[in-house]
Design a protein around this ligand. Structure first.
Ligand code: PMP
Ligand code: GLN
Length: 384
């Protein structure tokens, strides 16, 4: 293993899912729903397979039906206009979109400013691109993890190539506000930075939180690479269909990298995801409502069990502080939790460069059946 990757080891998700399987624990670690997405969309995939649509290499940028549907989705939900032919790229999940964007846009030695804690693939992809990550830490403030805009400004130097943003934010559940994003946008314009924004949880926002795509803010459309995926919005994490929307030159750059990573991605699923993106608004509302109820259920169980709960405004994760339980090391806690309580969770420290900042925080996924969440709450109550 080369020096760039040596520090990363095995992803925490693989480690923790294996631990869950080995111990028969309830797996609230890796974020994937235990209910598949809509029947009609699964049928659409079957139809595509049967009719021979996408069984051979689809076009490099993605099938036209899906590119058109992505553009229509951006228009319908956000009023953003993208040309399906030059401004949309289909990828193998958001994961490939992130990798291809960083490989295409970062020069060796460039600095990439990213919000910490960050989704684990960011650090590895920045490293593979030869870049240097500069984390800006979100810290608890008034019951949620917030971005310190002064710290963000201070993190930008003459070597900064791009800002890597994630909202709604995994693992904290923070949804950046319009005001915060406006400040990010102003900084990007002032310092002439590119922005890669991971918005895979765009439809998973609750209560009065609203997802604001960075590309909608003044000066941003031309400098922003927006990433999303069918995994979260349609509960098909195994399909690995994601996409990028950006100005033509940026899409062309990302495509240059993508063509040598996977060349193309899963043909028949692309047709099905095109249909999914065209589902009526009621689908998106129902998804949100279902997850809000699940959030409340798990948050209540965790609170009852003695955790401090940071109630997420978005995503399907809840971050907790384990210190009220008399614990302080999230790694040790998560490694012993299967044995002690039959539950698997993720230590947030894995998402930090500043490990000590993340030490007492632990993430639980709530995209699970209500009875599973109730049972997890019961088991965790036994920790006290
Ligand atoms: N970004 C974030 C913030 C995520 O949480 C995930 C999924 N865990 C991804 C990207 C990857 O998405 P995909 O499964 O579509 O590759
Ligand atoms: N995004 C999911 C999570 O944060 C996991 C994806 C993965 O296993 N790489 O849990």
């Amino acid at each position: 293993l080369n020096r760039r990757l040596a520090e990363f080891g095995t992803t925490i998700f693989a480690e923790m899912s294996a631990l869950a399987a080995r111990t028969g624990s309830i797996n609230l670690g890796q974020g994937f729903p235990d209910t598949d997405g809509p029947e009609e969309i699964r049928e659409a995939a079957v139809r595509a397979l049967r009719d021979g649509r996408g069984n051979q290499y689809p076009p490099g940028p993605g099938v036209p039906e899906l590119r058109t549907a992505v553009a229509a989705h951006q228009q319908r939900h956000y009023g953003l206009t993208y040309d399906p032919d030059t401004e949309v790229l289909v990828t193998a999940g958001a994961t490939e979109a992130i990798a291809a964007s960083l490989l295409a846009l970062v020069e060796p030695g460039d600095e990439v400013v990213a919000l910490e804690p960050y989704y684990d693939s960011y650090a590895a992809c920045i490293a593979m691109a030869g870049g240097r990550r500069v984390p800006v830490t979100l810290r608890p403030h008034g019951g949620a993890f917030r971005l310190d805009l002064d710290e963000l400004r201070a993190a930008v130097t003459d070597r900064t190539r791009l800002l890597l943003i994630n909202t709604p934010h995994n693992p904290t559940g923070t949804v950046l506000t319009r005001e915060e994003l406006t400040a990010v946008a102003e900084l990007a314009v002032e310092r002439d930075l590119l922005v890669v924004t991971d918005e895979v949880y765009e439809h998973l926002v609750f209560d009065d939180a609203a997802h604001v795509p960075l590309a909608t803010l003044p000066g941003m459309r031309e400098r922003t690479v927006t990433i999303s995926s069918s995994g979260k919005t349609f509960s098909f994490t195994g399909w690995k269909v994601g996409w990028v929307t950006a100005a033509p030159a940026l899409v062309a750059a990302v495509r240059s990298a993508k063509q040598f990573l996977t060349y193309v991605s899963a043909g028949p699923f692309q047709y099905a995801v095109a249909e999914a993106l065209n589902l009526p608004d009621s689908y998106f509302t129902a998804l949100r409502e279902d997850l809000r109820a699940k959030r409340d259920l798990l948050a209540a169980g965790l609170t009852e069990a003695g955790f401090e709960v940071f109630r997420p405004a978005g995503t399907y994760f809840v971050t907790t502080d384990i210190r009220p339980l008399g614990e302080s090391d999230g790694f040790a806690f998560c490694r012993s939790l299967p044995e002690r309580a039959g539950v698997v969770a993720i230590p947030n420290a894995v998402f930090y460069d500043h490990r000590e900042e993340g030490a007492p925080f632990v993430r639980f996924a709530f995209c699970k059946q209500p009875e599973t969440l109730r049972e997890a709450g019961k088991r965790l109550a036994g920790l006290r």
